[in-house]
Design a protein around this ligand. Structure first.
Ligand code: NAD
Ligand code: UGA
Length: 464
């Protein structure tokens, strides 16, 4: 199809973990649209145009390869592409603000606001602007104020179309979403813009899964979805601490509880605490907004989810320390996994990072292995010098170690030859299974001292 034959020109500003996969799937499902991504990071754009994409996501390479250069384009020509676009998705990062008012709590909206100003400068006709990033409620209002008070008197409709994909399953989530949400102003122009966005998704998403709403409800629904998911994890993690005191098994409890269809069985896996770039920042963002509106009780309630998450990470380190005779100094500890979850190379807010730092505080020597996240792990741990080593293979990583700590639930860690690993380790050998994925009884029988999360430890080190 020649460029002029495309029926819509869609631009996405921000070619990251959300923008890249989302636009690749739109391009795949809608060959009649021209889809372009721009990013201020030239290296990222070059990687998207290469054989080595900047992010690892199962199925992504195939999708990108099949549409890149046909109707999917990655470009550094931001101004030209803004000028040409009919619809602009904005998928820039919205991290926690680390300075000034709201530091450590509020969302940092500088990247988002910059794009609004850039859109205004480069436009000579009205456009639909879509919030893809996760944003505080009423951000669209601020955007409207910037965009609709420009010198040329142009009108921009600002919509919310939050993204619910999870890393590691992004292509699946985008291809068959539980729902797509599009929020707009309820004005004539807002409703027409909303229909244009709905029409994109109707190319592959069943009508009944496309929800429409006002903008503020849409912005809030995204935050609340993440709050509910993270709250379930903190709930089960809080119970895991209780299980460790009483001899109950958290996985059995989760199974029994989750079989109640009113509760459901998802997001009840106890572990080392949730990571990822979004849960913590989105909770803190809502907590900050609640405080701003004087809703102190509501703020405290949600702050508790973060508090339990911090407690769970720290508890894991304390358990290791106590089990290993109250000293980790000079001991080699191997971390199986560094990604914040399996099937991604992303390490943002990974619990493994916190745990690695705390082990180094205790003067342990940390050996990190991970099938996809080693490049990011090396960046994260660059400041720790000789205290950290990196090994591609798990067998080499465990060599000469006093303990293994499972940080990421990579499938391959279940299938390793632990007998071989045991032989290579310092005795007594310890395994701390932070994800409860291994066969604990079999490991114990091999000679390991096994410490799961939220279940009784299996140890050969009986107190005299
Ligand atoms: P990311 O950091 O991977 O990507 C953001 C990209 O935006 C970066 O490549 C950055 O260089 C670029 N950027 C920033 N300012 C720019 C500007 N002015 N012009 C052009 N490019 C600019 O972030 P992400 O993980 O893709 O998240 C983006 C948003 O989506 C966040 O608001 C996040 O909360 C939300 N979200 C993320 C996920 C996820 O799984 N990562 C899922 C749903 C929603
Ligand atoms: C999460 C949400 O699942 C997505 O719907 C949302 O779009 C996204 O955040 C976002 O807004 O960024 P993601 O962070 O990619 O997606 O991954 P999750 O599968 O939610 O896992 C988050 C963390 O919770 C991981 O560290 C994971 O290991 C942990 N987790 C998850 C548990 O400890 N137990 C569970 O039962 C589930």
């Amino acid at each position: 199809m020649s460029i002029s034959q495309f029926t819509k020109r869609i631009l996405c500003i921000g070619a990251g973990y959300v923008g890249g996969p989302t636009m690749a799937v739109i391009a795949l499902k809608c060959p009649q649209y021209k889809v372009t991504l721009v990013d201020s990071n030239a290296e990222r754009i070059a990687e998207w145009n290469s054989d080595r994409l900047p992010i690892y996501e199962p199925g992504l390479d195939e999708v990108v390869t099949s549409v890149r250069g046909k109707n999917l384009f990655f470009s550094m020509e931001t101004e030209k592409n803004i000028h040409e676009a009919d619809i602009i998705f904005v998928s820039v990062n919205t991290p926690t603000k680390m300075f000034g008012v709201g530091a450590g709590m509020a969302a940092d909206l500088q990247y988002w606001e910059k794009t609004a100003r850039q859109i205004l400068t480069c436009s000579d006709q009205p456009k639909i602007i879509v919030e893809k990033s996760t944003l505080p409620v009423k951000t669209a209002l601020a955007m409207e104020r910037i965009l609709n008070f420009g010198p040329d008197g142009l009108h921009f409709d600002v919509l919310s179309n939050p993204e619910f994909l999870a890393e590691g399953t992004a292509i699946q989530d985008l291809s068959e979403p539980d729902r797509v949400l599009v929020g707009s102003r309820l004005t004539e122009s807002g409703l027409a813009a909303r229909q244009e966005i709905v029409d994109i998704y109707r190319n592959w998403v069943p009508e009944e899964k496309i929800l429409v709403s006002d903008v503020w409800s849409s912005e809030l629904s995204k935050l609340v979805s993440n709050l509910f998911l993270s709250q379930r994890i903190s709930t089960i993690n809080s119970i895991s601490a209780f299980c460790e005191k009483t001899g109950a098994d958290v996985d059995r409890v989760a199974k029994a509880v989750g079989m109640d269809h009113r509760i459901g069985d998802k997001f009840l896996k106890a572990g080392i605490g949730f990571g990822g770039s979004c849960f913590k920042k989105d909770i803190l963002n809502l907590v900050y907004m609640c405080q701003t509106y004087g809703l102190e009780e509501v703020a405290d309630y949600w702050q508790g989810v973060v508090r339990i998450n911090e407690y769970q990470k720290e508890r894991f380190v304390t358990n290791m320390l106590q089990a290993m005779f109250n000293t980790l100094a000079g001991k080699r500890i191997c971390l199986f996994g560094f990604a914040f979850k399996a099937d991604t190379g992303d390490t943002r807010e990974s619990a493994a990072f916190y745990i690695a730092r705390r082990l180094i505080d205790e003067q342990a020597r940390v050996v990190v292995t991970d099938p996809k996240a080693l490049p990011n792990a090396k960046i994260d741990l660059a400041g720790f010098g000789d205290a950290v080593e990196f090994e591609r293979g798990p067998y080499e990583a465990a060599e000469g170690c006093h303990a293994i700590a499972v940080m990421t639930e990579w499938r391959q860690y279940r299938a390793l030859d632990y007998q071989k690993i045991y032989k290579r380790m310092v005795k007594p050998a310890f395994i701390f299974d932070g994800r409860n994925i291994l066969d604990h009884k079999a490991l114990f029988d091999m000679g390991f001292n096994v410490y799961p999360v939220g279940k009784p430890a299996l140890t050969h080190l009986h107190e005299s």
